[in-house]
Ligand binder design. Structure first.
Ligand code: PHE
Length: 481
């Protein structure tokens, strides 16, 4: 039965505007900063293959479901869920889906702005010619010195958070539409240029093999979980960002076509980033598993040696900041929209509250950069209350606060959110409501998606979770006995 709501926050000006905004949300640090370093940490080809499979069988179907829910509810994710619960007479607990998404958005934004702040700092460093003719060791020690300077990180984190707040306060529909129209294609072109440079480096073949030759002995169950988590993260799924953008989508825009288009664009950018970075890694004898600093330790080397390097380098980091910016606004938009709807705040007030909170949470990541682990902090706290003999040495205690937040959000909260989105769309909503909102002309295509979202996607997510906590290997052993 047709339910047609309108959003109090307005609507995208055109079909293209939704595609641009959602692509702006999807393409960000996840593609250029995170994808290469987690690929390096998890052994390359097999990880990339699992990630691509997850994009296809989990990511794209869930993106369609998430946009569909948003457009039907036409409110912040929290209120969208409330409206759909009423429409479909579903259990009230489904509202938790909206709340969990808001929490995940806060947590992700807290470190996202610190990393984006690092990229912002690198705009000025490349522009100033800091990397001209630099060696691999030189670039690495510049990065190490930078990340041990908590004050500098804090300053850039503050600036990036403020930039994000400016756009969100003005309403995401006006501010960034134009910027993404120019910046996204420009980023694409400069990545192509970097890949062109990498082609000449001699170790390009080795990089291609590393990225695309799957060696399954190199990937662990945890690596598979990370690949799946990244499919959610890079497509901005499972926390309401894409849902809230769907709530501003025009009724005549095709959910299926745009979701596929956005996912393809996002995946292409990630693969290009890998093809630009790994030849530099192998040619200079760097460590693929260098971790979150990987792009800051590799790309400046290319910029330091290619003709026109400081120009292209500056441009690259500017575009990276823009890509991060257009993602960051979608991380806090669900919370801001909710405050406007339910607390009657102005957008400016709502944005100030949300931005201040994520800024504060970001301090945990600022101090992580200096190497403090969760275990260190636990020791300090335990020591101060006289529990100094307690041992904090599990896997999670060895992580930094940033590592823990990243693991919790990308690998657990987003996939769980996505799983419940799939279950809600596939099992809780009436099929005719879903069909009415999706409005796929082709009945076969709709039927295929509906089967995938009901069975394939939930099954795949659950198996990866069970595998990661050791249930699948345990079952296999049980059967073989
Ligand atoms: N997709 C963004 C990126 O790849 C990050 C993001 C995650 C944005 C979740 C919104 C929601 O950088």
């Amino acid at each position: 039965m047709p339910v047609r709501r309108t959003s109090m926050h307005g609507q995208w000006s055109s079909r293209m505007a939704f595609v641009l905004a959602a692509t702006g949300s999807a393409v960000g640090l996840g593609n250029i900063w995170k994808f290469p370093y987690i690929t390096g940490e998890n052994g390359g080809g097999a990880f990339v293959l699992v990630y691509l499979i997850c994009i296809a069988v989990i990511g794209i179907p869930i993106m369609m479901a998430e946009v569909m829910l948003g457009r039907r509810g036409r409110q912040s994710p929290i209120n969208t869920m409330r409206a759909l619960i009423a429409d479909e007479r579903a259990h009230g607990a489904w509202r938790l889906l909206g709340w969990a998404g808001v929490a995940a958005g806060f947590l992700i934004m807290s470190y996202y702005s610190v990393i984006a702040g690092e990229a912002l700092a690198y705009v000025f460093r490349t522009a100033g010619g800091m990397f001209d003719g630099a060696t691999a060791d030189g670039v690495r020690s510049i990065f190490a010195a930078f990340t041990s300077d908590a004050e500098a990180l804090l300053a850039w984190h503050t600036i990036f958070t403020a930039l994000t707040m400016v756009v969100v306060a003005r309403g995401v529909r006006g501010g960034l539409e134009m910027a993404t129209k120019i910046m996204m294609p420009a980023l694409f072109v400069i990545l192509l240029l970097l890949v062109g440079y990498a082609l000449d480096l001699g170790k390009f073949d080795q990089a291609v093999t590393f990225l695309f030759w799957p060696d399954f002995s190199k990937i662990s169950a945890n690596g598979i979980l990370i690949a799946m988590g990244h499919a959610f993260f890079t497509l901005s799924l499972g926390m309401g960002a894409i849902m809230v953008y769907g709530s501003y989508m025009r009724q005549d825009t095709s959910i299926a076509k745009t979701s596929i288009l956005i996912s393809l664009a996002d995946t292409t950018v990630a693969l290009l980033a890998g093809l630009a970075i790994f030849p530099i890694v192998f040619t200079n004898g760097l460590e693929p598993a260098a971790g979150p600093g990987l792009i800051f330790q590799t790309l400046p080397l290319a910029f330091g040696h290619m003709p026109g390097g400081s120009f292209f380098g500056t441009l690259f980091f500017i575009l990276l900041v823009f890509a991060a910016w257009s993602s960051a606004i979608s991380l806090i938009e669900p919370a801001v929209a909710w405050l406007v709807e339910n607390r009657g705040l102005s957008r400016v007030d709502a944005t100030v509250r949300v931005g201040s909170l994520t800024w504060l949470l970001g301090l945990a990541t600022v101090f992580s950069a200096t190497g403090v682990t969760v275990g260190d902090i636990a020791h300090k706290i335990a020591g101060s209350v006289g529990l100094s003999t307690f041992a904090f040495n599990g896997r999670f205690f060895q992580m930094t606060a940033f590592g823990l937040i990243d693991y919790l959000t990308a690998n657990i909260m987003l996939p769980l959110g996505g799983l419940f989105i799939a279950i809600f769309a596939g099992w809780v909503m009436a099929k005719r409501s879903v069909q009415d909102e999706m409005d796929v002309g082709n009945r076969f295509a709709f039927g295929l998606w509906y089967i995938v979202i009901r069975f394939v996607t939930p099954f795949a997510v659950i198996v990866v979770f069970l595998d990661a906590i050791g249930v699948v290997p345990w079952l296999r052993a049980l059967i073989q006995r």
